[in-house]
Design a protein around this ligand. Structure first.
Ligand code: NAD
Ligand code: MG
Length: 393
């Protein structure tokens, strides 16, 4: 039995992870589950999986949760609160595997804590790698932690790398990697129609069911931009060795192009339980609950180049990767504020890239030499973007 801690268990990735665990209960014991606000879902999860610890970040909600859980068969679960509790459970001796499934830069410190404790880290929280890539990867090496990507594209690339492969290594014989992108819900909409798209339309992804922030990121294609940066750190490749290819069916999850002309791809139905099961069981395999891919049914696989004019976020992400230092942290913080404003219906869809670009133009890029620097850049950028937001209201 391997102990698992799931940071962000109430989100889309957290729920899918627990579904894979439910199908393989003889292999895993759930040690800790964490939630930001959704205490009802956390309670159901605790009743089913009986973790040793449950974390509710907000102290008042944690008190409400304590009263509720005391009345259930999970009364032995110890309830903790506060940001430090996330780091505490990420480092528990009983947890061999830590799933980093918190959304946004809020996941950085607990992700880092897991790496420092030499855990097997299953990383969904791409934002922590985007903002602190060099530092995080060097801590992975220093502590000999194992970092396995859960993001479907990066998990596909990991599977297509020459084996045995450890993330952070430059693999021999690789010419470039090709990240596939569905293109999101607005792939076929003309730019002129994007002005008035609604939150509901933006969150209605054609192939994947995901949290709201990443759904909007997929609609602006910032998600692919963040993934380009994520891939650069995971596979130690520069921006010009990373291609983005629009593939609306999301059957090919990404490809590795080798110098001898071979291209290796990983295919499957678009369901996050596949990369989650792969990383949980690695280097073995087990059931994920995902049905077998039927290529007679899915017999139309098509490809096109991304449109940088319609999706400027993708260009901004490539530029941030080229600029290095704190540029990706600035990009990410501006994006988190802009997406939140869009989700709260304060700004329109096309204001998202505008707000990010304005923020970047007004920010100085520095060396990303410490976590303290990154956290302060993250804070300052959020403040700046929030001020700039006023012009869009
Ligand atoms: P989600 O919004 O569904 O869930 C987020 C989780 O994080 C919840 O458990 C929530 O309680 C917790 N959380 C939110 N804010 C927090 C905070 N400030 N402090 C502590 N906990 C907090 O998001 P998701 O779709 O599951 O995505 C999670 C991460 O995985 C993101 O980084 C996303 O980019 C990445 N990812 C998601 C998918 C997907 O299919 N959903 C695919 C690839 C990568
Ligand atoms: Mg992805």
């Amino acid at each position: 039995m391997r102990g698992v801690c799931i940071l962000g268990s109430t989100g889309s990735i957290g729920v899918s992870t627990l579904d894979v665990i439910r199908r393989n209960t003889e292999c895993y014991s759930v040690v800790a589950l964490t939630a930001n606000k959704n205490i009802d879902r956390l309670l159901q999860q605790c009743v089913e999986f009986k973790p040793r610890y449950a974390v509710v970040v907000d102290a008042d909600l944690a008190n409400q949760f304590r009263k509720k859980i005391a009345l259930t068969n999970a009364a032995d679960t110890e309830v903790l609160s506060g940001l430090e509790a996330l780091e505490f459970v990420a480092q528990l001796d009983e947890a061999v595997i830590v799933v980093a499934a918190i959304v946004g830069a809020a996941g950085l410190m607990s992700t880092l804590a897991a790496v420092k404790a030499a855990k097997t880290l299953l990383l969904a929280n791409k934002e922590s790698l985007v903002i602190a890539g060099d530092l995080l990867m060097s801590v992975v090496k220093e502590h000999n932690a194992t970092l396995l990507p859960l993001d479907s594209e990066h998990n596909a690339l990991f599977q297509c790398m020459p084996q045995p492969y450890k993330t952070g290594q430059l693999a021999e014989g690789v010419r470039k990697i090709i990240l596939t992108a569905s293109g999101g819900p607005f792939l076929d909409k003309p730019l002129s129609d994007l002005e008035h798209v609604t939150v509901e339309q933006a969150c209605n992804h054609p192939n994947w069911s995901m949290g709201r922030k990443i759904s909007v990121d997929s609609a602006t294609m910032m998600n692919k931009g963040l993934e380009v940066i994520e891939a650069s750190y995971l596979f130690d490749l520069p921006a010009d060795s990373i291609d983005v290819l629009v593939h609306p069916q999301s059957i090919i999850h990404s490809m590795v192009d080798y110098i001898d002309g071979s291209v290796l791809a990983q295919l499957g139905n678009p369901d996050m339980r596949t990369p989650i099961a792969h990383a949980l069981a690695w280097p073995e395999r087990h059931d994920s609950g995902v049905s077998a891919l039927d290529l007679i049914v899915n017999n139309q696989l098509s490809f096109q180049a991304p449109c940088y004019e319609k999706f400027p976020c993708l260009r901004l992400a490539f530029e941030a990767l080229d600029a290095k230092g704190t540029a990706p942290a600035i990009l990410n913080a501006a994006n988190e504020v802009a997406v939140d404003a869009f989700l709260c219906k304060k700004i329109g869809f096309l204001a998202i890239p505008e707000l990010i670009e304005k923020t970047i133009k007004l920010s100085d890029v520095r060396a990303a030499d410490s976590i303290a620097t990154i956290l302060s850049v993250d804070r300052d950028t959020r403040e700046l973007t929030s001020q700039l937001l006023a012009e869009f209201l």
